[in-house]
Design a protein around this ligand. Structure first.
Ligand SMILES: C[S@@+](CC[C@H](N)C(=O)[O-])C[C@H]1O[C@@H](n2cnc3c(N)ncnc32)[C@H](O)[C@@H]1O
Length: 275
């Protein structure tokens, strides 16, 4: 599997990474950035004891693990992802849960199989978002909930905005393509509109400022590069240039202890199949 499909003009970003990067993603990226959104997403979807829950594009499984703690032994949790390395880590961390390799465009599940379908920080990577959302809607029960969480637009990101602008100045087009994809579902109006176009009715939409916490600004750069497809796309020289400027760009978010608390603004949207 390649980390991107490249034509002469565009790259389709699907966030594919090898095993070493997936381990780093779980060890560094998940606690710093992704873990805090998983309980919010479960709450937005009203996940409860006994539910059957699908975590679409589960990565190393933080949402599935969070949902599993809520549904308990009476429930069922399945994590699905395109990437085998992500799934290998998910399985190592929680061998008791169900992990499936697959594409959101063709979910290998029956109609109405789940009470809740959750998708965290991944919709940006689906080439046909309406189709992905239609699939999520198909596999949820008529009274069930589809809930997604995506980063807000870059111009709404007080820390990541200047950081990405600086990184993009140093990096080549392949890296810039990935850096811009992260924020590509960030217009809340456009997001709710694509969700509704997929036959879902939005019941809850919220924009929240979370905090990405790193041991230092340098740790943010290392995590953003070494646990993402960027690791194969930037030279040592570009990496060093980005590292050298990060402390200055993120200075307002460095704590007295030298750690970094970088705000990350994201949208949480929950929806039900339209009747
Ligand atoms: C940034 S990660 C987010 C993972 C996880 N939801 C989390 O919160 O940590 C994006 C994930 O989307 C997955 N992905 C991308 N395209 C996909 C597709 N078409 N079907 C299933 N998973 C996909 C990638 O393999 C990757 O694991």
């Amino acid at each position: 599997m390649t980390d991107s499909e490249t034509s002469s003009e565009t790259i389709t970003e699907t966030f594919q990474i090898p095993l070493e990067a997936a381990e780093m993603y779980e060890a560094k990226f998940v606690p710093a950035l992704f873990a805090e959104w998983a309980p919010r997403l479960s709450e937005a979807a009203a996940v409860k004891r006994g539910d059957a829950v699908l975590d679409v594009a589960c990565g190393t499984g933080i949402v599935a693990r969070t949902a599993a703690d809520i549904v308990g032994s009476d429930g069922r949790v399945v994590g699905l992802d395109l990437n085998e390395a992500m799934l290998a880590v998910a399985e190592r961390v929680r061998p008791d849960l169900e992990w499936r390799q697959g594409d959101v465009a063709r979910l290998p599940f029956a109609d109405g199989e789940f009470d809740a379908v959750l998708c965290q920080m991944a919709l940006m990577f689906f080439p046909d978002r309406a189709r992905a959302l239609r699939e999520m809607s198909r596999v949820v029960t008529p009274n069930g909930t589809v809930a997604v969480c995506v980063p807000a637009s870059l111009d709404a990101q007080p820390a990541y905005g200047p950081f990405v602008e600086m990184a993009a100045r140093h990096a080549g087009p392949e890296a810039v393509s990935l850096l811009s994809t992260y924020w590509s579902c960030g217009d809340l109006e456009a997001l709710t509109s694509v969700i509704e176009s997929a036959g879902l009715s939005v019941t809850h939409a919220q924009t929240i400022a979370g905090v990405a916490r790193f041991a230092s600004p340098d740790e943010l750069v290392a995590t953003e590069v070494e646990s993402t497809p960027l690791i194969d796309r930037i030279s040592e020289q570009v990496y060093a240039s980005i590292r050298a400027e990060t402390t200055e760009v993120l200075a307002p978010y460095i704590t007295a202890a030298g750690t970094l608390d970088a705000p990350l603004v994201a949208h949480l949207v929950a929806a039900r199949p339209a009747t």
